[in-house]
Design a protein around this ligand. Structure first.
Ligand code: ATP
Length: 230
């Protein structure tokens, strides 16, 4: 299990997270919803170590892993697909994937497997990553995390700004990943999609978790009130 315990996070003097208790079991799909600025990205960044936190507040299987660099979290099986993708612009699709694979763990996800799952990506492998469409770049961004073979895949707004067809392709890939037992955290702007793809959800507001529950039985009126802080 990956969890945070009373996690606080600051950007300088500004406190972005207040005592967050969040947990995800191996193989589980959990969504994280909330308005802009609620702290969803900060929570994911804190888990992978790109926002500093007190070491005991992020725990993997009961052991503190907070405060480590992102590359150390990859070796522990925690990978982030960051908001805005952040591909290396000077590298090709293939180079982006190979670099990630080298920093991650060995497993069933390799660049070749990814090309088999996504033949369109195979044809683009020699292109600079930034010469791709938004949807294609998002597939590379998800692929880059997948080839590190994580147990926990943290996805930050992977459907933002994509065409409906591109969103479908990205979620099809995630579907395969989930079926094979990888745990996924989904930060999603689209609340309906978030709830339909996850078994549990957390709703954040102003750096706090204000509501959590089972996605299937979520009461939309309550979720909406928590989301907007009514
Ligand atoms: N690098 C940073 N420096 C200072 N403040 C930041 C930084 N990144 C985020 N914040 C602030 O932290 C708070 C939480 O932001 P965060 O990006 O985690 O929210 P979010 O829920 O992911 O929203 P969004 O959907 O807009 O990404 C916001 O008030 C934001 O302005």
């Amino acid at each position: 299990m990956l969890r945070t315990e009373h996690l606080n996070a600051n950007y300088g003097m500004f406190q972005a997270l207040f005592g967050i208790n969040f947990a995800i079991e191996r193989g589980e799909v959990v969504s994280l919803i909330g308005a802009n600025g609620a702290g969803k990205s900060t929570l994911l960044r804190a888990i992978v170590g790109s926002v500093p936190v007190a070491a005991p507040s992020v725990l993997l299987d009961g052991k503190p892993v907070g405060g480590s660099a992102e590359i150390d979290q990859l070796s522990r099986g925690i990978a982030l697909v960051p908001e805005g993708r952040r591909l290396f612009p000077s590298l090709t699709v293939e180079e982006n994937l190979l670099l990630a694979a080298r920093n991650g763990r060995r497993g069933t996800w390799t660049p070749d497997r990814l090309y088999r799952e996504l033949p369109a990506l195979q044809r683009l492998r020699a292109r600079p990553a930034t010469a791709l469409s938004g949807g294609q770049q998002q597939l590379v961004a998800v692929g880059r995390a997948l080839v590190t073979n994580p147990d926990f895949l943290l996805c930050d707004e992977i459907s933002l700004g994509l065409s409906p067809v591109a969103v479908e392709t990205v979620y099809e890939l995630l579907g395969t990943v989930i079926e094979e037992g990888m745990a996924v955290v989904l930060v999603e702007q689209n609340v309906r999609r978030a709830l339909s793809k996850s078994s549990r959800y957390y709703c954040m507001l102003k750096g706090n978790v204000v509501l959590e529950g089972i996605s299937k039985t979520a009461d939309y009126a309550r979720v909406s009130a928590a989301y907007f802080g009514d």
